[in-house]
Design a binder for this molecule. Structure first.
Ligand code: SF4
Length: 389
């Protein structure tokens, strides 16, 4: 097993925030395929886009116009950008809006209100995003990396290893694309405005730190610079990269932090979330409490319920003791088993008893709905199916 040096510098191939024993190095194929895509306006702030337009010999305000189309009107088709002279539209869109995501498969369920898309990126990498419409909100779950190096053994994405980090624009474009889908009115009985983003698709967001933070800025700055979502409606998840959590605190953002805990004890968490071999449960929880204290925001503790692995009553009690009195909420996730895997979901009575014990300890607890199960809703499953055949 490869032991990687800690605190590697960030790079497109995913050499990034601290990795631990058991956490995979980008595979050899990844090292040869680490090139990021062409620059897109979502990689740049407005001043950067204006500079690109000026370098092309265009008037700088054309960058504002094209940005308004992309972020404000969710328009990608140059033919609809009628405020820009026809002769300039193609040049400007080629320079500032190169195509980043090609849909390979699109699946839907729940009467069309859950939509999952598998994208092919410019280098052939595959990533996924899922749109979920509810009566009061529309949420998109996005990927931050192609694959993932964190090697959680129960996760389809973790089995394939890391290919590369996504660029800022590849992250943002997943959201803008689905904002356009929501605005088209195809989600029955849902609002037309996408309002929430969760970084819970493929990858460990804090292992692609700089681009994820840049994407958060782009998603939350008002148009034409960005999409104008509320920071409070963005959730960044992590397996617990402690130095990166401290960096996030220093950003002074008000995004929601979600910690994928999955076990309250180090013996089991070392196995389920291998990065725990580097940062133990107590250390990770201390870091998220620092985040909660700084932001005043409740931390979401994610816990996949895995049959006979982490679902024992004593683990519920231990988790309850760790979280009692803290600014935290537990989100239990019924495991969506990877085909052929030895991991299975906990039976419902076991899940109910786990919830009961946590609530008895005074810990707010909910069970995540199982949207998208029939379309391989768990992260990485659609990509795995595509690769397998
Ligand atoms: S569960 Fe999340 S962090 Fe772990 S391997 Fe899967 S995508 Fe990566």
């Amino acid at each position: 097993m490869t032991v990687l040096p800690l605190l590697q510098p960030e790079s497109p191939d995913g050499g990034d925030v601290a990795l631990a024993r058991g956490v995979r190095e980008p595979n050899a194929r990844a090292r040869h395929k680490a090139a990021l895509p062409p620059k897109h306006l979502a990689d740049l702030d407005l001043a950067g886009r204006r500079a690109v337009a000026a370098e092309m010999g265009e008037k700088a305000f054309r960058a504002n116009q094209i940005s308004t189309h992309y972020f404000g009107r969710l328009v990608r088709d140059p033919g609809q950008m009628t405020d820009i002279p026809a002769a300039d539209r193609d040049r400007l869109t080629a320079a500032l809006m190169p195509s980043l995501l090609t849909p390979v498969r699109e699946l839907d369920c729940d009467n069309g209100t859950t939509r999952k898309t598998l994208w092919r990126l410019h280098d052939g990498s595959l990533v996924e995003s899922v749109l979920m419409g509810y009566p009061d909100r529309v949420t998109v779950c996005i990927s931050s990396q192609a694959g993932c190096g964190m090697a959680c053994p129960f996760c389809a994405t973790g089995q394939a290893g890391l290919t590369r980090n996504l660029s800022t624009a590849e992250i943002v474009d997943q959201v803008v694309w689905f904002a356009g889908v929501a605005a088209s009115g195809v989600l029955a009985d849902c609002p037309p405005r996408l309002s929430r983003v969760v970084f819970m698709g493929m990858g460990e967001p804090l292992a692609n730190y700089a681009r994820v933070i840049e994407a958060v800025h782009r998603l939350t700055t008002p148009a034409p610079e960005g999409l104008g979502l509320s920071q409070r409606h963005i959730t960044v998840s992590t397996v617990g990269l402690v130095p990166a959590i401290d960096r996030l605190i220093a950003e002074d953002l008000s995004v929601t932090l979600a910690l994928s805990l999955h076990a309250p004890d180090d013996d089991l968490r070392d196995e389920l979330v291998p990065v725990n071999q580097r940062w133990k449960v107590a250390e990770v929880l201390d870091a998220v409490w620092r985040y909660a204290a700084h932001t005043g925001r409740r931390v979401s503790i994610e816990y996949a319920m895995i049959k006979n692995v982490n679902d024992q009553p004593w683990r519920a009690d231990l988790l309850g003791r760790l979280l009692s009195g803290r600014l935290a909420h537990v989100n239990l996730i019924p495991l969506n088993p990877t085909p052929g895997s030895r991991w299975d979901a906990s039976p419902k009575p076991v899940e109910r008893e786990f919830v009961r014990r946590l609530r008895a300890a005074g810990v707010p607890t909910t069970v995540r709905d199982t949207r998208g199960r029939e379309i391989d809703g768990a992260c990485g499953q659609l990509a795995a199916a595509e690769v397998d055949g």
